[in-house]
Design a protein around this ligand. Sequence first.
Ligand code: APR
Ligand code: PHB
Length: 389
Amino acid sequence: MRTQVAIIGAGPAGLLLSQLLMKSGIETIVLERRSREYVLSRIRAGVIESGAVDLLDKAGVGDRLHREGHVHDGCNLAYDQQMLRIDFKSLCGDHVVVYGQTEITRDLYDAQDALGANIIHGVDDVEIIGADTDSPYVTFKHDGQDKRIDCDFVAGCDGFHGVSRQTIPDSVRSEFEKIYPFGWLGVLSETPPVNDELIYASGPRGFALASMRSPVLSRHYIQVPLNEKVENWSDDAFWDEYRKRLPQSAAEALVTGPSIEKSIAPLRSFVSEPMKWGRLFLCGDAAHIVPPTGAKGLNLAASDVFYLWRAMSAHYNDKDGALIDRYGEDALARVWQAMRFSWWMTRLMHLFPDDPAFDQRIPAVEFAHLQNSETARRNLAENYVGLPY
Ligand code: APR
Ligand code: PHB
């Protein structure tokens, strides 16, 4: 087989890149390890930056998001029961849209079907060969047969545990990582949200987040120790602890119900440089991981895809290779801004019980500054809604 761009991974990054490239007349083949059903079963975040919404519109997959998504003009921080609303609209004239990421993946699959995309599921043993040459190719197994795709470029959209990042030699790669000493225990329930906007709550018992997918589907998180096990948490135990961490108004509004999904996710900040090596380009979680506090995971994948789509369109359609050469620098500039913000918001909102007393004192001071300074609130708002591409 031969194509112009071989894409590894059919998550949000891979599917969005394939959709944008195909709409620009560029051929792709997408290789996905899992089944389509598995990819669509993953519960992921739901806050979409307006820049990512614009990109989804350019990809022709924004219709249902605009119909069913909910525009949020602000979010709330609660610190020791004090609520502070961050008004995106008045502070920076922007907003976010709450729309399940699984729905975005579903919309992308439907759009790729309509374009006749070549997405091969159930592949194994993917290997990227000759990425540092002018004739790269990808080998893999499918239905027990050895396969090969010759291509011009390879896009590594295969997530944190994929093969693409590891293809870049250790001697070339630099990794930057921070592991946080806690995880997030998340619950999905078919109950109304406690509030019409998200509430990030911090207090003496730890962090909690009240989020949602729709007026009848809510998403809830609490900070738990790194070694915590999900089987230690009955629904009742979760709701009891969650209620204690929410500000009183939200705790009183809480409607509990059976969890339809319950899991614990670790938190890490991670960046691998470079994001371009020869004719291999990393996008999304293949290159970086953010703690979910800043709701940046999917949104960073979207900006990586934007820079790569723009670069490849210039290469193929305008015979201009300058943006291809700059892809890594362009993508990393925005990645590191989101890394900083996600790290900052994670430190602001979580307990770090093993930190020195001085460090543990600072979040309350940060929160007081946010209460007293419109400039501080504007800085938070600009980063939360997403810095420009
Ligand atoms: N071969 C083929 N496919 C692979 C391989 C491999 N060796 N390794 C991983 N994959 C597939 C996974 O099965 C997954 O479907 O690559 C895809 C990667 O998707 P994600 O992990 O969702 O990563 P990405 O597309 O970058 O999404 C970025 O969106 O998923 C949310 O918030 C989440 O931060 C994440 C963001
Ligand atoms: C979610 O709804 O899953 C969600 C929302 C905001 C975050 C993280 C997760 O910062």
